[in-house]
Design a binder for this molecule. Sequence first.
Ligand code: PEP
Length: 257
Amino acid sequence: HMTQRRPLIAGNWKMNLTLDQGVSLVREVAGGIQGLEGVDILVCPPFTALIHIRGALENTPIHLGAQNMHWESSGAFTGEVSGNMLLEVGCSHVILGHSERRLLFGETDELIDRKVSSATDLGLTPILCVGETLEQRESGQTFEVLSDQLEGSLDHALRAGSLAPALIIAYEPVWAIGTGKTATPDQAQEAHSFIRQWIAGHFDEGRAESLRILYGGSVKPENIASLMSQDDIDGALVGGASLKADSFLGIIRNSKQ
Ligand code: PEP
């Protein structure tokens, strides 16, 4: 690489774990990574656990993120949580546009764009998720879907003509999430390379080079190394395997080149 991109392993807990289970997990992970350098680690618990997990993360290098947010800072939005609130509990990152948000909760690129823009303005690092369904892949629409999602969810950035330096993209093929079916390293590399070229074309080469692109979809300790060996794969967004210290630590360790 021209630019050395620091690997990031991020755990998306989704709607899982009790407070006690979450604390035990991060304690074990923090213990297991002592002395390990050169990889960033992030955990994304449910909203209700954030403040509690932050306490358990003190004096560890593990970063804290949320799984979603609203774009307004406050107001009459029953059931929603703002980016300011996430900052207040110590979050540095927020996952936006996860396929479960898109498919189960009707999130559109337009809404995701507002969230990305708001997070960026607040200094939260967005992890913007994109990815095609099996049907879309099988009908040859993968690149079209990716470019539509990027164009729609980065609309503010495109109009401003600059992409926030911290922003991270996660390529998560929907057919590989929670299914045990991982994209092959070649399939993932092809999509990551497409995304990087898209960013180079719509912003600039420098930003494309520094962009961290995570792969997500059934990542395990057994498949992370071959994924990470690809030029354009800079880390992983991990669901199921982030819920146990053994498997999350295995992924972190095996992610090192
Ligand atoms: C995810 O939901 O971000 C994900 C990649 O899940 P899993 O690792 O369980 O496939």
